[in-house]
Design a binder for this molecule. Structure first.
Ligand code: PRP
Ligand code: URA
Length: 212
């Protein structure tokens, strides 16, 4: 597994504001959008392209376009929805699937309540969006669903990650059939005894959408 910490000063600046307990929901949503665009630029560095030729007003120009089959973007509900507009703006050609996962806050085990994915992901680059990689249980479940369907590559974009979750994923995908790449804005210090990332930012879903 490849892990990239995109430690650009703009990302660090926006992450600091995102973490701030005084940041309200409208600002939290805007920052999540902006951070996803910045992390997404790094995460799409290896996206498959194919040669393309266009006519400029002056002549022919050789370039590239996103290869087919087009990539698949998969936000993990609920909090991943806060990253969807930013990432889909970078890759408007991509299809979008959905995985609904919720973590039991006692056992810290993730369970799926919704899955809307193509049955066959052969040859496709896939991008998972979830702001928080804590124990890694939710991300492991999502990665397993994409591997089962034959994804060619899996890139997960997380605003924050915990060392414990990254270690768990590293072990889980060691013999995976497809390369797995995690792109994050920060690897934080640790998890607390409730499975929250420290210093983290609290509950991402609640800060994006309110407590339910
Ligand atoms: C949060 C977060 C991740 C998960 C991370 O979702 O968005 O999906 O927890 O924790 P893990 O790495 O320990 O699995 P949550 O289950 O709170 O659901 P929500 O997005 O609906 O708020
Ligand atoms: N889910 C969150 O939203 N925040 C954490 O710190 C851990 C899991």
């Amino acid at each position: 597994m490849q892990t990239t910490v995109a430690d650009h000063p703009l990302i660090a600046h926006k992450l600091t504001a995102l973490r701030d307990v005084g940041t309200d929901t409208p600002a939290f949503r805007s920052l999540s959008y902006e951070l996803t665009v910045l992390l997404g630029y790094e995460a799409t560095r290896g996206v498959r392209v194919e040669p393309a030729e266009v006519r400029t007003p002056v002549g022919a120009a050789r370039g590239v376009r996103i290869a087919r089959p087009v990539p698949l973007i998969v936000p993990i509900l609920r909090a991943g929805i806060g990253m969807l507009d930013g990432f889909a703006g970078l890759l408007p050609q991509a299809d979008i699937g959905f995985i609904g996962l919720v973590r039991d806050e006692e056992t810290l085990t993730a369970s799926a309540y919704a899955t809307r994915l193509p049955a066959d992901l052969s040859g496709r680059d896939t991008f998972i969006l979830d702001p928080m990689l804590a124990t890694g249980g939710s991300m492991e479940a999502a990665i397993t669903m994409l591997l089962t369907r034959g994804a060619a590559t899996i890139t997960a974009i997380c605003l924050l990650a915990a060392p414990e979750g990254l270690a768990r994923l590293e072990a889980a995908v060691r013999s995976a059939a497809a390369p797995v790449h995690i792109v994050t804005g920060s690897i934080d210090t640790r998890l607390n005894d409730k499975g929250y990332i420290v210093p983290g930012l609290g509950d991402a879903g609640d800060r994006l959408f309110g407590t339910i």
